[in-house]
Design a protein around this ligand. Structure first.
Ligand SMILES: [Zn+2]
Length: 356
């Protein structure tokens, strides 16, 4: 029985702790959301039309995927075209190429290119896994992200107050045999692309080498505005990722193309995953890595996007039992309170990218 003397205290506690409120799955279309990691390599508006229907703001990102300046410049043209036509929906992020990294004028040329993109509205740049995994030094070793030759670029980004989206390394699965991988999408990708399956290339830098080089770059520039794309490549364990977020208190992450790993951990550790998203929701941005490179019809593209966005929304807001072709067992949604959902789907990215 409660002693009457405690009643005022109980009332005070009740008044201070308003119960958390939750979204319903059906609130999807009415809630403003952002997908901060997309790649649109065409002028057609199919992607943005679906985003308008589903109430998504987008960050459209250039990547040095082909390893050429031409590839970077071509993508930037598309990114600019889309942004000019849909300035409210698209925020642009550019990239540089390391194609001619060993030429003496590479630094100057790169800074000039980045400045021209910033003058056209780029919010920042993406650095890609080719630094660390592909780019070779003259002695045949891999050039890593903390290499001194990148210092002037990062110093310039800080001076210009620009953001860095960093995709460094790969999911840990890349260093595991196919049968030990946690998601079906990684298993499919690395069985089709053995040249990128690092388990088969033990002579190349390890997973930890990639993470250490990225971290040393952040240690060198604590003021850098950094977003670790793909859960900062620490997608395999929420506790390890939490420790990284604690170590770099200004860094943020996106979830692009790693919901499979989130689902995988949810199968065995739903409470741990839920606690992680509750505690760090103000550091986490929803993203898919979806794109448009004209490989399907506008209708198919729209349907795929809607299905992916809706799947992930359902996972975060509900406690429904779910299944996904990314993993082999079913799992339950984590039913986050409204505040955490708002952070993950919009507020963190609004603050990081400075959306209106
Ligand atoms: Zn990407």
């Amino acid at each position: 029985m409660f002693n009457i003397a405690y009643w005022p205290l109980m009332w005070l506690c009740l008044a201070l702790s308003t119960p958390p409120s939750y979204y319903a799955v059906d609130d999807y279309a009415s809630v403003k959301k952002a997908d901060v990691h997309v790649h649109i390599r065409t002028q057609r508006p199919a992607f943005v039309h679906q985003a308008q229907k589903d109430n998504f703001q987008l960050v459209n990102i250039v990547v040095d995927g082909a390893g050429t300046w031409r590839g970077v410049r071509d993508q930037w043209k598309y990114v600019k075209f889309q942004e000019e036509n849909f300035p409210k929906e698209y925020a642009p992020v550019t990239a540089f190429s390391v194609e001619d990294f060993h030429e003496p004028d590479w630094t100057e040329k790169t800074i000039a290119w980045l400045d021209s993109c910033f003058a056209q509205g780029a919010l920042g740049i993406k650095v890609w896994k080719n630094i660390g995994m592909v780019l070779k030094d003259k002695d045949g070793s891999n050039v890593m992200l903390d290499d001194d030759r990148f210092d002037p670029i990062f110093e310039h980004l800080i001076e210009q107050n620009k953001l860095v989206v960093g995709h460094l390394g790969e999911p840990l699965n890349c260093w595991l045999p196919l049968e030990e991988m946690s998601t079906n999408n990684d298993r499919n990708y690395f069985s089709r692309n053995p040249q990128y399956h690092m388990y088969k290339h033990p002579d190349l830098p390890s997973y930890q080498d990639q993470m250490d080089a990225r971290n040393r770059r952040l240690d060198k520039h604590p003021e850098l505005k950094f977003m670790g794309a793909h859960m900062a490549s620490i997608e395999w364990n929420v506790d390890t990722l939490a420790a990284w977020l604690d170590k770099y208190p200004d860094a943020t992450i996106d979830l692009a193309a790693r919901m499979g790993q989130v689902f995988h951990q949810t199968i065995s550790n739903r409470e741990g995953v839920r606690d992680f998203f509750m505690k760090y929701s103000h550091r986490i941005m929803y993203a898919t890595d979806a794109g448009d490179a004209l490989t399907n019809t506008p209708e198919e593209l729209g349907e795929d996007l809607h299905d992916t966005w809706m799947r992930d929304w359902t996972y975060f807001v509900s406690d429904q039992e779910m299944s996904s072709d990314l993993v082999n067992e079913s799992f339950m949604g984590i039913h986050l309170p409204r505040e955490a959902v708002d952070n993950i789907f919009y507020n963190t990215s609004r603050d990081f990218f400075g959306f209106e």
